[in-house]
Design a protein around this ligand. Structure first.
Ligand SMILES: CC(C)(COP(=O)(O)OP(=O)(O)OC[C@H]1O[C@@H](n2cnc3c(N)ncnc32)[C@H](O)[C@@H]1OP(=O)(O)O)[C@@H](O)C(=O)NCCC(=O)NCCS
Length: 138
């Protein structure tokens, strides 16, 4: 098992992994999300490879104030083996190396099960209203 930065040839496997993990949404084109990440801190997009197979992925980024984790997924057959933790810790390490003081993430309201996972890893909930504005329609 190796955790390394994403390479172009991982694209279809990563999109399939996200899709199987329930992370894709009709209003987000995952291929566009991959392509865009290749233009901004691409080295902070990590995949886990096991015997040539992509079994996990996570995107991280630092905006100069906060670090963000997105698109964390582990393949069904690899869950519960510590890979999710390893991917989060890899992302945290990369953010810390840039001097990032705090990492944040968002959990969709229908994905409550994952909140316990993040709390187990030391994340705490905080009060905030999430807001967004689409700048480019995919
Ligand atoms: C969330 C997810 C990445 C966790 O991956 P995983 O590889 O199964 O997690 P790990 O095996 O690394 O678990 C790490 C620790 O969290 C604990 N844990 C895992 N899932 C948990 C849960 N639902 N509730 C509480 N603890 C949990 C494990 O027991 C383990 O504890 P330990 O390190 O003390 O032994 C995986 O379930 C997944 O891909 N889910 C679907 C996609 C998703 O929801 N992503 C997050 C989007 S915000």
């Amino acid at each position: 098992m190796e955790i390394r930065s994403f390479e172009d040839t991982d694209t279809e496997a990563v999109v399939a992994l996200w899709s199987a993990a329930g992370l894709t949404r009709p209003w987000n084109d995952p291929h566009e999300d991959v392509r865009r990440k290749q233009t901004v801190q691409p080295e902070m997009f990590f995949v886990a490879e096991d015997s040539g197979r992509i079994v996990g992925a996570v995107m991280a980024g630092y905006d100069g104030h906060r670090g963000w984790i997105n698109y964390l997924a582990v393949g069904d057959d690899q869950r519960g083996t510590g890979l999710g933790r390893a991917l989060v810790e890899r992302a945290e390490g990369a953010l810390l190396a840039l001097g990032c003081p705090k990492v944040q993430l968002q959990v969709r309201p229908d994905n409550t099960g994952v909140v316990d996972f993040y709390e187990h890893l030391g994340y705490a909930q905080y009060e905030a209203v999430s807001m967004g504005k689409r700048l480019i329609e995919d």
